[in-house]
Ligand binder design. Structure first.
Ligand SMILES: CC(C)(COP(=O)(O)OP(=O)(O)OC[C@H]1O[C@@H](n2cnc3c(N)ncnc32)[C@H](O)[C@@H]1OP(=O)(O)O)[C@@H](O)C(=O)NCCC(=O)NCCS
Length: 442
């Protein structure tokens, strides 16, 4: 039985009949049909070149999908007609927005099409179906993380949060930040696993771009699931408790030898979550002062990490990669923009072009001195004196979390200023003091 009403939102007749005309069957996965669920999971994993799981692992690995809406495309003429030729999953999630607010977003994942069926419009049908379901559910926007940056723009998605990978030359990165009065403790993974979600809940409140994590994701991070247990031995866990003994942050990391020199271990940080600046400082200081280590690497970090400003030699913290990570597709402009905070008071007229006919129109965005804002369709002329921009729905999605500058997009020709310096005015309203970040893949 589906656990949530959204899981039963049907695939739209339009996309189902488009695919039916090509001999394909598009529908929802029956969550009560164990064999169908197992075949769906196998198709999803195959799509991402993951190993085919053992039969005994399937039920455990399928667990998180029991809370998602799963759709698939079947080809009844294929040799293995029980295994879908395409998969997609989705679920509503809270997305943190600027100003310590949040919005319900429609998360889309598991987009796969079998190599035997690619480039026949199946992914297009999946994505169009998802955007319809998202709107029927009432989500003002959809979000996803992408394997390739060239696929999703055509569906109105655009990068809104970026991720940095860092490589730190540990001995050069002498700690010069504060030394908090709390303590870092080495802790049992199983104990920390229980405390981690509450710490993360507080930590993410101020970070636009973060989405809800789900129980099995936590279990995987702590190497507590069947497929991750083999990696458990090397995973170290530390927790920072503040001066009153309250847990405020934690880090998970692995240490590996590099060659024969025992003084040059490499540390890979797989998680560092801090609900307070003190927790952040104490955990990084702990890692930077580990003995017998020469390099620390970490991925999915902010593009604006305070760490750079907390070491004696900032060049020891090298950004090895910056990539788009969270992609946003605005579906309902007024609802999306009412659900975020604003850095300044003011108003902005937005002429939004949406080739898919979903979010286009003229809108008036008004931001108040208390950080709240509202957005409404605007009939007729823009009010005198308001800044006025014309942009497509993708540029709007990139602006949404406040991490992409309207001035940059205007310079790139992605936004047209209808009044002088409208992009600067937009930046004053929309910018986020904390760079948007998403610390997981989904
Ligand atoms: C990427 C993938 C889902 C595309 O599926 P598909 O059914 O072949 O795509 P479609 O035929 O529906 O193509 C839809 C559109 O995307 C374009 N497109 C498809 N794959 C693309 C790619 N890899 N790069 C750029 N554009 C792509 C098509 O040209 C088409 O454009 P148009 O409709 O504007 O003319 C499929 O190749 C796949 O499963 N790849 C491996 C898993 C993966 O990368 N999934 C994405 C997870 S984020």
């Amino acid at each position: 039985m589906p656990r949530h009403p959204f899981q039963s939102l049907p695939v739209p007749a339009e996309q189902a009949s488009t695919l039916a005309a090509r001999g394909l069957r598009f529908g929802l996965v029956d969550l009560d049909d164990e064999a169908q669920c197992a075949a769906w999971l196998r198709a999803d994993l195959r799509g991402f070149y993951a190993d085919d799981p053992e039969d005994g692992e399937l039920a455990d690995r399928f667990t998180p999908f029991r809370d998602s809406r799963l759709a698939a495309v079947w080809d009844d003429s294929a040799a293995d007609s029980a295994t879908p030729v395409a998969t997609v999953s989705s679920w509503p999630t809270r997305l943190t927005t600027p100003g310590e607010r949040d919005v319900e977003a429609w998360a889309i994942s598991s987009v796969t099409v079998a190599p035997t069926h690619r480039r026949r419009g199946i992914a297009r049908a999946l994505l169009e179906s998802e955007l319809t379901a998202a709107r029927e559910h009432g989500a003002p926007l959809a979000v996803l993380t992408v394997s390739e940056a060239t696929i999703y723009g055509r569906f109105g998605f655009s990068p809104a949060a970026f991720a940095a990978s860092l490589s730190i030359e540990q001995r050069r990165a002498t700690w010069s930040g504060s030394v908090p009065d709390g303590r870092v403790h080495l802790v049992e993974r199983t104990v920390l696993r229980e405390q981690a979600p509450e710490i993360e809940r507080r930590a993410r409140r101020a970070v636009p771009g973060e989405v809800d994590r789900w129980p099995r994701l936590w279990d995987r991070m702590f190497a507590l699931t069947g497929d991750t247990k083999k990696d458990a031995g090397a995973l170290r866990a530390v927790r920072y408790d503040d001066g009153t003994g309250e847990p405020q942050g934690f880090a998970l990391y692995r240490v590996a030898e590099q060659g024969s020199d025992f003084t040059k271990h490499r540390v890979t940080v797989t998680e560092l979550i801090a609900a307070t600046p003190d927790a952040y400082a104490a955990l990084w200081r702990y890692l930077l002062e580990l003995d017998l280590v020469s390099e620390i690497t970490v991925g999915l970090r902010s593009v604006d990490e305070p760490l750079r400003w907390q070491v004696a030699d900032a060049r020891a913290v090298r950004t090895t990669d910056v990539t788009d990570h969270l992609w946003v597709r605005i579906l309902d402009v007024p609802a999306a923009f009412a659900a975020r905070g604003y850095a300044a008071e003011g108003s902005l007229v937005l002429d939004v072009d949406d080739p898919d006919g979903i979010a286009g129109g003229r809108y008036l965005l008004t931001a108040h001195s208390d950080g709240s804002g509202e957005c409404a369709p605007l009939d007729g002329e823009a009010p005198d004196g308001s800044a006025h921009l014309a942009l497509d729905v993708r540029a709007l999605g990139s602006l949404y979390l406040g991490g992409v500058s309207a001035s940059t997009l205007a310079a790139a020709g992605r936004i047209t200023e209808q009044t002088p310096r409208a992009a600067v005015a937009a930046d004053a309203l929309l910018r986020s003091p904390i760079a948007p970040r998403l610390s997981i893949w989904f």
